[in-house]
Design a protein around this ligand. Structure first.
Ligand SMILES: NC(=O)c1ccc[n+]([C@@H]2O[C@H](COP(=O)([O-])OP(=O)(O)OC[C@H]3O[C@@H](n4cnc5c(N)ncnc54)[C@H](OP(=O)(O)O)[C@@H]3O)[C@@H](O)[C@H]2O)c1
Length: 268
C-alpha cells in the first residue's frame, strides 16, 4: 500500500512499515502497538520469541500486520536476517525505532568492570549503528525516519550511572551525526529520552522500596512524582507516542533532535 498524503493526517503512519528493535514488556511493546494503532505494519525484533509472538498477536488484533524476527542486534548475521525478512515481507521500511538496550553494571566508574562497560557500548551504540546502517538503503527510498531510544541519564550524573550515561551519551552523538550524514538522503534521525516509565519494572521496584520502608507503593509513587512538573510518571504509551510523532510526517522537518519525555522531571 502506498503511504498516504501526509497533509491528510500528518500524525498517521498509514501505509508505512516500522521496525522496532528490543520488543520487551515495557516500552518496546508499546512502541510496536502504538505504531500499529497509528496505522503502520510492524517488524518485531528481540531475542525472546515468545514475547514477539504475544506482541504480534496484539498487533494483528488491531488489524495490522506484524512480522516477528528473532534477532540479536549484537550479531551481524542476525541483523542481516532481520533486514532481509522485513524487505521480503513488506518490500519497504519507513521507520526504525532502536529500543533494544543493555544496562551496564550500576557501579562507580572508579571500580566498574571495563569489559562490562565495553559490552554496554556494543549493544547500545555499535549494534544500533549496525542495524541502522543495514536498513539505511530501504529507509532512504521513502524518506524514512529513525528514532533512538535514549534516557534521562543524559541529564544527570548520579553515582553508579556513569557507564550507562557514557553509552547513552554516545548514542545521542550517534543520532546527531547520522542525522547530518543521512539528511541529504531524506532520512531523519532523532532521539527520545524517557525518564521514569510507569511499567512493570518500575512498579516492581517501587513495591520493593515500599516494603523496605514500611510505606505504601502509592507513597513512593507520589514522592517520586512530586519531582516532576506534572506530578505523575509517564506511561509506556505516552513515551511511545512521542516516537510515533517523530516517525510520522508531522515531524517531517525535525532531525538531529532529542525530545525528553519525562513529565517535566528534567528540562532541556
Ligand atoms: N524502563 C525505564 O524506566 C527506562 C527509562 C529511560 C529510558 N529507557 C530506555 O527505554 C528503552 C526500553 O526500556 P524498557 O525497560 O522499557 O525495556 P523493554 O522495551 O521492555 O525491553 C527491551 C528489550 O530489549 C531487548 N534486547 C536487549 N538486548 C538485545 C539484543 N542484543 N538484541 C535484541 N534485543 C535485545 C530485550 O529482549 P530480549 O532479551 O528478548 O532480546 C528487552 O526485553 C531502552 O532503550 C532504555 O534505555 C527505559
Amino acid at each position: 500500500m502506498a503511504a498516504q498524503d501526509p497533509m491528510e493526517d500528518p500524525m498517521s503512519l498509514e501505509g508505512k512499515v516500522v521496525v522496532v528493535s528490543g520488543v520487551g514488556p515495557g516500552l518496546g511493546r508499546a512502541l510496536a502497538v502504538r505504531s500499529a494503532q497509528a496505522g503502520a505494519d510492524v517488524v518485531l525484533a528481540a531475542r525472546t520469541e515468545s514475547r514477539l509472538a504475544e506482541v504480534a498477536e496484539e498487533v494483528a488484533a488491531l488489524g495490522r500486520r506484524a512480522l516477528s524476527v528473532p534477532t540479536d542486534i549484537t550479531d551481524e548475521a542476525s541483523c542481516r536476517r532481520l533486514a532481509d525478512a522485513a524487505l521480503e515481507a513488506y518490500g519497504r521500511v519507513d521507520g526504525l525505532v532502536n529500543n533494544a538496550f543493555a544496562i551496564p553494571p550500576l557501579a562507580d566508574l572508579g571500580t566498574v568492570d571495563l569489559d562490562a562497560v565495553r559490552a554496554g557500548f556494543e549493544t547500545n551504540v555499535l549494534s544500533t549503528l549496525r542495524l541502522t546502517r543495514l536498513l539505511t538503503p530501504a529507509l532512504a527510498e521513502g524518506g524514512g525516519s529513525v528514532v533512538m531510544v535514549n534516557s534521562a541519564v543524559l541529564r544527570h550524573s548520579r553515582r553508579t550511572f556513569g557507564a550507562y550515561k557514557m553509552a547513552k551519551t554516545a548514542l545521542l552523538s550517534l543520532a546527531q551525526s547520522l542525522a547530518t550524514e543521512l539528511g541529504p538522503q531524506g532520512v531523519r534521525v532523532n532521539s527520545i529520552a524517557p525518564g521514569y516509565i510507569w511499567a512493570d519494572n518500575l512498579k516492581w521496584y517501587f513495591r520493593s522500596l515500599a516494603r523496605e520502608r514500611g510505606v505504601t507503593t502509592r507513597q513512593v509513587y507520589d514522592e517520586t512524582a512530586a519531582t516532576t512538573d506534572l506530578r505523575r510518571l509517564p506511561e509506556p504509551d505516552e513515551v511511545a507516542d512521542v516516537a510515533v510523532f517523530l516517525l510520522s510526517p508531522a515531524a517531517r522537518a525535525v532531525t538531529g533532535q532529542c525530545l525528553d519525555v519525562n513529565c517535566g522531571e528534567w528540562h532541556h
